[in-house]
Design a binder for this molecule. Structure first.
Ligand code: SF4
Ligand code: SF4
Length: 117
């Protein structure tokens, strides 16, 4: 396991989970993630990427929601759990992500190669 993989594992553990409005995917869209996270996802063709981007969508958003839920990137997990990324539907965990962890995740994003999903 690489250093970045270890960091991703720890960050995942520190982001609290919560229940979303059933069927809602309002916060899904074109997002970037570290190349380490993207490497875990199934490859999408250029056409699939172009199609998703033309609809301002994420290529992993399928009919029944996120197709890579177990491996979704940190930015997707963070959404709704911090004051700077609030859920527009008012959903969120009872305890938000510790601001220190949030800062560490943003630093991780700034210091790793980012790839558009
Ligand atoms: S965090 Fe909010 S906007 Fe995003 S999927 Fe859940 S309910 Fe919808
Ligand atoms: S990876 Fe999944 S959760 Fe993240 S934006 Fe794409 S569809 Fe939504």
């Amino acid at each position: 396991m690489t250093k970045n993989d270890q960091k991703i594992r720890v960050f995942r553990e520190r982001i609290p989970s919560f229940s979303c409005t059933p069927g809602c995917h309002d916060c899904c869209g074109p997002v970037t993630a570290s190349s380490d996270e993207v490497a875990r996802l199934p490859t999408k063709s250029d056409e699939e990427h172009d199609q998703a981007l033309s609809e301002f969508n994420c290529p992993y958003l399928g009919e029944n929601g996120c197709e890579v839920y177990q491996e979704r990137p940190l930015i997707c997990r963070l959404f709704g759990t911090t004051a700077s990324l609030p859920c527009p539907n008012g959903c969120g965990p009872s305890e938000m992500t510790d601001p220190k962890i949030e800062r560490q995740i943003h630093t991780f994003h700034k210091t790793t190669r980012q790839v558009l999903l």
